[in-house]
Write a protein that binds this ligand. Structure first.
Ligand code: SF4
Length: 295
């Protein structure tokens, strides 16, 4: 049973100092009810154990008010905000708290560019607000879709929307002014890395009018490694030796990575994307699908 803790925050957006293509991060929730077995965010929450992270969610109830304070400040430069960089803004808690519509109204008022990445179809609830925002500033909507096999998806990310529902989200937002992306990551060796799966993800993205695709392989750092291998041992024990032999460190074996990179390059050529919309991000970082890809 999920426990919700309501808290207040002093600052809505935190400055990003890494190479990522946006200036600020805004996370409404700490912890995430999607329960992904490869959750990268566990790594950045070293102080929490995994069951706390998935089952005890902290809710920043004053987020919209706090955001408005930040955006109306004279020092705010209207840089891009990444909504939900650490945890999904449309995770199950959002059905109950409905904080995103308030956040979106503030972003519309201050014409602030955003990128939103989600694994939930709940984002469709806010379609009109996101459409309105995309008419006054730059908006990027991305879905993380890892597999077209529903049995596998249910195992590795049990509380997310089905992959078909996520593709539908992309298809719907392709009708707005927002640019649309597929985050095909993390690719899990021996589980979601087949040519059939990755090419199906590329092909469906093309059908949905996606403007860019980012693909990357699983990284296993800190707590993420412990949770992931515990899951493999329990649910897919026949894969344990195969996968663990590729992860002597937190990153996948180099020759495996090089082979995967070659496959991803071929698929990019096979499934060219329509890039009619300007892919919005910090211009100094990215401007084309080619540059956006991690490969
Ligand atoms: S949606 Fe993201 S933050 Fe939430 S459990 Fe999955 S990987 Fe972790």
């Amino acid at each position: 049973m999920t426990k919700y803790n309501e808290i207040t925050c002093k600052t809505a957006c935190n400055k990003i100092t890494s190479f990522l293509p946006y200036g600020w991060d805004l996370n409404i929730y700490r912890g995430c009810g999607h329960h992904c077995k490869y959750c990268f965010a566990l790594y950045s929450h070293k102080y929490m154990n995994s069951s706390d992270f998935f089952d005890e969610i902290f809710v920043k109830t004053n987020i919209a008010e706090s955001l408005e304070k930040q955006l109306r400040s004279k020092s705010w430069k209207r840089e891009v905000i990444n909504l939900g960089g650490v945890t999904d803004s449309y995770q199950p808690a959002e059905e109950k708290y409905k904080l995103m519509p308030e956040v979106l109204k503030v972003l519309i008022k201050y014409k602030t560019p955003v990128t939103i990445s989600t694994k939930s179809k709940l984002i469709l609830r806010d379609y009109d607000l996101i459409d309105e925002l995309s008419k006054v500033t730059s908006v990027n909507i991305a879905c993380t879709i890892t597999t077209v096999n529903e049995t596998v998806r249910e195992l590795i990310e049990p509380n997310t929307a089905t992959s078909a529902e996520k593709f539908n989200v992309l298809k719907e937002f392709a009708k707005t002014n927002a640019s649309i992306g597929l985050h095909s990551m993390p690719v899990i060796p021996h589980l979601t890395d087949s040519f059939y799966n990755i090419s199906a993800l590329f092909s469906k993205s093309q059908e949905c009018g996606v403007n860019y695709i980012i693909t990357d392989l699983l990284n296993l750092r800190g707590q993420t490694r412990i949770v992931f291998f515990e899951f493999i041992k329990n649910k897919l024990p026949h894969l344990y030796n195969k996968i663990s032999s590729l992860y002597k460190t937190s990153f996948v074996d180099k020759s495996y990575r090089d082979n995967f990179k070659q496959m991803a390059k071929k698929l990019k050529i096979q499934y060219p994307l329509k890039n009619k919309k300007r892919i919005f991000m910090h211009e100094e970082y990215v401007s084309s699908p080619e540059q956006l890809s991690l490969f």
